[in-house]
Design a protein around this ligand. Structure first.
Ligand code: FAD
Length: 400
């Protein structure tokens, strides 16, 4: 079989190796990651891991023995610094070279840094090392003043856990609402209210001007006391190695609907990939476990000669307090939203439409709506706003 080099050993990279073996690939596989830990899942970093309810062994995607048993060479703590596409070799920081017939970029993304004075006092949360550094700061204490910069998924999940650990938490968000681009106004409002009712201070429409030892200065002049400052203000895809190798890069490594670059021997998957989406009709970059896993499986089959484009329906989840938010489809850019259920009870779903077509469902503690929403979206079914808004509408009983 042909040799495959996977650059980046996170959710997507690990899955490329796993899927290749599961689909019968016989050639050598080298999985190269610059983190010390074996490939692991990131979602628990803002959930159970941060709360101290699971350890690294509970995060890893495969046991250590899996790699050797399946003929996968896992190289940890080493960066790929260059790719020579003519010679077909990947060059590691230690100067080792690994030749390939197929190379997959699965380099993920890194936290965006704040362009403000004192940014060096701000911690990020992307890796297990980041989570450990934050846990050391919290150190089993209570009542610390914690400032969270950014009211996105990571900021809000982090805020919920740290609040449960009985710290004083303030979330600072520059947009007029939290999760501005990620969810509908209804869902955002509900989450904001829930955080406030838990005692988290949520400040919207406010930026951070500077951070100093123990203090955070906001753009409106407010000064917050802070024992710990953590930012979740989005990520930047890791595209530098691909760019230096002469591949097209535009907020992600640009690939076609088959996740292939202009070089047919080179693919990109997961958070680092900007792909031609059959769903949106444009170039899209997604950041989710579903996307990383499904894209990896698509590329594994492409390497083995398959010709299927990537068409999986995106889905996502977030846990905050006892709220389980599950999102099917892409609700970004919807022009109409219909809420069913009871937001006051914390059990509701928001059906999002664009040009009268269902584009996504945000289910809050309504897992059936999420599952049914996924099915309807996958089938390309036209559920209209009128049907959803009609009295007694229930996905469990309606024949879609
Ligand atoms: P990554 O997992 O980032 O892996 C890329 C790896 O490549 C990294 O280890 C990186 O260090 C390494 N690398 C980069 N460049 C090189 C190089 N040149 N050489 C060698 N190695 C390199 N998604 C959900 O769906 N649900 C959730 O609830 C959720 N919660 C999350 C919570 C947190 C705190 C975070 C950070 C993310 C969360 N996500 C969630 C997003 C999800 O984890 C990511 O979308 C997913 O990890 C992407 O996988 P990836 O393999 O593309 O990138």
């Amino acid at each position: 079989g042909e040799s495959v080099v996977v650059v980046g050993a996170g959710q997507a990279g690990c899955q490329v190796a796993v899927s290749l073996r599961e689909q019968g690939h016989r050639g050598p596989i080298t999985l190269i990651g610059d983190e010390q830990a074996a490939p692991y899942q990131r979602p628990p970093l803002t959930k159970d891991y941060l709360a101290g309810q699971t350890d690294l062994a509970g995060l890893v995607l495969r046991q250590d023995s899996y790699y050797g048993d399946n003929g996968i060479e896992l190289v940890r703590g080493e960066r790929v610094v260059g790719v020579d596409r003519q010679a077909r070799v990947a060059v590691l920081g230690c100067a080792r070279t690994v030749s390939y017939e197929h190379l997959v970029f699965a380099t993920g993304a890194r936290p965006r840094t704040l362009p403000i004075p004192g940014a060096e006092h701000v911690l990020n949360l992307r890796t297990v090392a980041d989570a450990d550094a934050i846990r050391r700061k919290l150190d089993g204490r209570t009542g610390l003043d914690v400032v969270v910069i950014g009211g996105g998924f990571i900021g809000l999940e982090f805020a919920a856990v740290v609040r449960k650990l009985r710290h004083e938490v303030t979330v600072v968000e520059t947009q007029p609402q939290v999760m501005q681009r990620a969810v509908s106004a209804e869902t955002a409002r509900h989450l904001t209210n829930r955080h406030r009712s838990e005692g988290v201070q949520v400040l919207t429409g406010t930026g951070v001007a500077a951070v100093r030892e123990g203090l955070v200065e906001l753009t409106d002049g407010t000064v917050l006391v802070a024992d710990l400052v953590v930012a979740g203000i989005g990520v930047v895809p890791n595209t530098e190695v691909a760019q230096r190798a002469g591949l097209a890069v535009d907020d992600g490594i640009v690939v076609d609907a088959h996740l292939r670059t202009a070089d047919q021997r080179v693919h990109a998957v997961g958070d680092c990939a900007r792909f031609a989406s059959t769903l949106t009709g444009g170039l899209t970059r997604l950041e989710s476990v579903q996307n990383a896993t499904d894209q990896a499986a698509t590329v594994a089959s492409a390497i083995l000669g398959g010709a299927e484009p990537y068409t999986a329906l995106p889905w996502f989840w977030s846990d905050q307090y006892d709220l389980k938010l599950q999102i099917a489809g892409l609700t970004d850019g919807h022009d109409r939203a219909v809420t069913v259920g009871d937001p006051a009870e914390g059990r509701f779903s928001v059906f999002c439409f664009k040009d009268d077509r269902l584009v996504g469902v945000e289910a809050c503690n309504r897992p059936i709506d999420f599952l049914m929403g996924r099915r309807i979206l996958e089938a390309g079914n036209a559920l209209t706003p009128e049907i959803v808004a009609s009295p007694g509408f229930d996905l469990r009983t309606s024949r879609q």
